[in-house]
Design a binder for this molecule. Structure first.
Ligand SMILES: [Zn+2]
Length: 364
C-alpha cells in the first residue's frame, strides 16, 4: 500500500514538472516582421496598378500596427517580364512621394534591394551581385545607395540581395559602403560578419501564421520575418497571387492576437534588439520551416519540374510534425532536472527524519 502511494506521488510530481516545463516553453516574445520585396520604378506605360495595390497594402499594415520593411530596387529598368519607366516621370514621382511620406511618418522601414535586380544569365537563381568580384559589387551597391538616397532623401543601411543570393564578397562590399544590416533568406548565404547585423527572412507569407504559432512555443525571444512580393498578391497579380489584400490583413490581425506576439521591422530589430540580429538567435521554430523547405523540398521540386518552378508551396502539416524533434529534448531536459531536484529534497528529508528518530531514541 505505501509503495503504491509512493509511485502515485512520484508520477504526480513528474506530471507537474512536465506541465511546468511546457509552461516555460510557451514564454518569450515572438517578434514578427514583414519584408515587402521588389518595390520598383513605375510601368513604362499604362496605369500604375502596382502602386494602387501597394497603397492598399501599406494602409492595411498601418491599420494592424505593423511597419513593413520595403525593399526598393534603386535602378530598375525591368521587373520580371515588364519594362519600367524612369523615377523622374510623373508616375515615378508618385511612387517616390509615397515612399518619402510613409518613411517620414515612420509607417515603413526602407531597405535597398540590389541595384537593378538583374539575374545573371549564367547562373539560375543567382542575383546580379553574387559571384562577381568585390570591386564590381561595391560599385553597383554604392551606385544604388546614391540613387536611393536621392529618391528618399536619407541614407538606407539595410541591404536585401535580389533572389536572397549573395556571397562573402557582397558582405565585404556592404561593410565598405556603410551598410549595417544584411537581410537574405535564413539558412542561405555565407557565414555572417561581426560588423554586419543579420536579420534574414525566415518564412514565406503563406506560412507566416503557422511559423508564429510554432515560435510561440519556444522559450526566449524569437524573430519571425516573412517575405511578400507583388506577384503573390491576387488584387494585383491574378495569375500568380495566392493572397487577397483582405486575407493578408485578416492574417496579420490573427497573428497580432497570438499571446506574446509583437510586430517589428528590420530597422527596429537593428535599433532595439541588436543582440538578436545575428545567426545564433534564430530559434528552431522560426528556422525549421524555411530551412527544411529550401534544403530538402525545393531542390526536389526543381528536379521534378525541370528547374522551371520558382516557388513551391507546401502544406504546413508536413513540417509541423518535425517541430517535436526539437521540443521533446527541451521538455525532457527540464523534467529531468526538476525530477532530480525533487528526489534529492525527498531523500534529504527522509535522512533528516531518520537521524531525528535516532536522536530521540538516544535521548530516551
Ligand atoms: Zn526581389
Amino acid at each position: 500500500m505505501p509503495q503504491r502511494r509512493f509511485i502515485l506521488g512520484r508520477t504526480l510530481t513528474l506530471l507537474l514538472a512536465m506541465a511546468a516545463s511546457v509552461g516555460v516553453l510557451g514564454q518569450g516574445p515572438v517578434l514578427v516582421g514583414l519584408r515587402y520585396d521588389d518595390f520598383v520604378g513605375p510601368p513604362a506605360k499604362g496605369p500604375d496598378q502596382r502602386l494602387r495595390m501597394e497603397n492598399a497594402l501599406f494602409a492595411a499594415c498601418r491599420r494592424v500596427g505593423l511597419v513593413p520593411t520595403v525593399s526598393v530596387v534603386p535602378a530598375a529598368k525591368r521587373y520580371l517580364d515588364e519594362n519600367l519607366g524612369p523615377w523622374d516621370s510623373p508616375a515615378g514621382r508618385q511612387r517616390v512621394l509615397l515612399l518619402r511620406s510613409l518613411a517620414t511618418r515612420g509607417a515603413i522601414d526602407l531597405a535597398q534591394h540590389g541595384y537593378r535586380h538583374d539575374f545573371r544569365p549564367d547562373e539560375r537563381e543567382a542575383s546580379e551581385v553574387a559571384g562577381l568580384p568585390e570591386a564590381r559589387q561595391r560599385e553597383m551597391i554604392s551606385f544604388g545607395k546614391q540613387v536611393l538616397r536621392g529618391l528618399v532623401g536619407r541614407s538606407v543601411t539595410t541591404f536585401v540581395p535580389p533572389a536572397n543570393s549573395y556571397d562573402a564578397a557582397t558582405l565585404d562590399a556592404l561593410a565598405a559602403t556603410g551598410f549595417q544590416v544584411i537581410s537574405g533568406m535564413l539558412g542561405e548565404g555565407p557565414a555572417h560578419r561581426e560588423d554586419l547585423m543579420y536579420v534574414p527572412v525566415t518564412v514565406e507569407f503563406a506560412h507566416l501564421e503557422d511559423a508564429v504559432r510554432n515560435a510561440a512555443a519556444y522559450p526566449g525571444p524569437t524573430l519571425v520575418i516573412a517575405m511578400l512580393h507583388p506577384y503573390e498578391i491576387r488584387d494585383y497579380a491574378e495569375g500568380t497571387g495566392q493572397h487577397s489584400m483582405a486575407e493578408i490583413e485578416a492574417t496579420l490581425l490573427r497573428i497580432k492576437a497570438i499571446s506574446g506576439v509583437e510586430f517589428t521591422s528590420i530597422g527596429q530589430v537593428q535599433r532595439e534588439h541588436p543582440e538578436l540580429a545575428c545567426a545564433s538567435h534564430f530559434r528552431a521554430a522560426a528556422e525549421l520551416t524555411p530551412r527544411f523547405r529550401s534544403r530538402v523540398f525545393k531542390p526536389l521540386v526543381y528536379l521534378a519540374l525541370g528547374g522551371r518552378q520558382r516557388w513551391a508551396w507546401w502544406p504546413q502539416e508536413v513540417y509541423r510534425g518535425v517541430r517535436w524533434v526539437f521540443a521533446v529534448p527541451y521538455a525532457g531536459g527540464i523534467t529531468l532536472v526538476t525530477g532530480v531536484g525533487l528526489a534529492t529534497v525527498a531523500w534529504r528529508r527522509r535522512q533528516w527524519r531518520r537521524s531525528g528518530r535516532r536522536r530521540l531514541r538516544r535521548a530516551r
